[in-house]
Ligand binder design. Structure first.
Ligand SMILES: [Zn+2]
Length: 297
């Protein structure tokens, strides 16, 4: 079986691995991002290619945060995680004469693709909770892109009319309340001294600091309503929740499973399954490798 290089561009680092969907990853590593300049990002790609140069690779799959134009994989609009990438494709950061096919896809779409490959249902929604809120919709093991590639952005559905300012410029988006950056921004707006804590410390301090608990609780409640809306619209068999914040336990999967039920129509209550992602922090890489396998044919 051919091996591929999967790269997952996160807000704090690039995770990458070499492998195939049957045997998993033979190699896995992570390079941290410091200043997010295009030069630095290109340099990280060069380091990854150097690290994997002795491995037999048939192609490269890249998971990129943000909204990508389907035709050319260029990043559309403002991306708070990798702001310098707006209007360009990550392909442009790779060496020009690389003799390998490269496929680029939204990172949450790849997480959903990887998780859907582990289970059989025809419709799977994958949600990532991290610095932002990502989503992928998989039907019959294929990514649903919409007409232009812009589908599956519930992070920017407005959940609170005239609510908190979101990084996208709108007010009241799901991401402004339920993402880790959203929670920090809200704490900063409350003049909380805890707004720049890292996520494990925020989760820990929640037990003793009321304002942190209130902001996280509201983030969870708004996420639950957004999940209920997605289930009502899309009728999935399974909703998979992943991303760094779910892994660390920012929100309780049991609470979400129970509470979603009160916001969805009776017909959906018995049939929808909500689960944690199984590939954990390798979901994006495995999705990128799957993308290569399927695209290469
Ligand atoms: Zn938004």
């Amino acid at each position: 079986m051919k091996q591929y290089l999967g790269i997952d561009l996160g807000a704090s680092g690039f995770k990458y691995g070499v492998g195939d969907s049957k045997h998993g990853l033979q190699h896995f590593a992570n390079i941290r991002i410091r200043n997010k300049s295009l030069e630095e990002l290109a340099d990280i790609f060069a380091q990854i290619l150097d690290d994997t140069r002795n491995m037999k690779i048939a192609g490269i799959g890249i998971g990129c945060p943000g909204t990508l134009h389907m035709a050319d994989a260029k990043l559309v609009g403002k991306n708070p995680n990798l702001p310098e990438l707006t209007g360009i494709s990550v392909k442009e950061l790779l060496p020009e004469h690389l003799a390998l096919p490269i496929w680029v896809e939204n990172d949450a779409n790849l997480m959903a693709l990887a998780e859907a490959s582990l289970i059989d249902p025809s419709v799977v929604i994958g949600i990532t909770v991290g610095s932002g809120i990502g989503c992928g919709i998989i039907q019959d093991q294929q990514i649903y892109h919409g007409a232009h590639g812009f589908a599956a952005e519930p992070g920017h559905c407005i959940m609170v009319p005239d609510g908190e300012l979101c990084s996208c410029g709108q007010k009241g988006c799901l991401e402004a309340y339920s993402s880790v950056d959203g929670i920090r921004r809200r704490l900063r707006d409350l003049n909380s001294i805890y707004h720049d804590l890292n996520l494990p410390d925020l989760i820990f301090k929640r037990k003793e600091v009321k304002e942190i608990d209130q902001v996280i609780t509201q983030g969870e409640e708004i996420l639950i309503r957004a999940l209920a809306n997605l289930i009502t619209v899309l009728d999935p068999q399974t909703v998979v929740l992943g991303g760094g914040a779910m892994e660390l336990g920012l929100y309780s999967i049991t609470h979400i499973q129970q509470q979603v039920l009160q916001y969805i129509p009776l017909a959906h209550r018995e049939i929808v399954n909500i689960a944690l992602a199984r590939y954990k922090n390798q979901a994006g890489i495995m999705g990128a490798i799957l993308l290569c396998e399927r695209s290469a044919g």
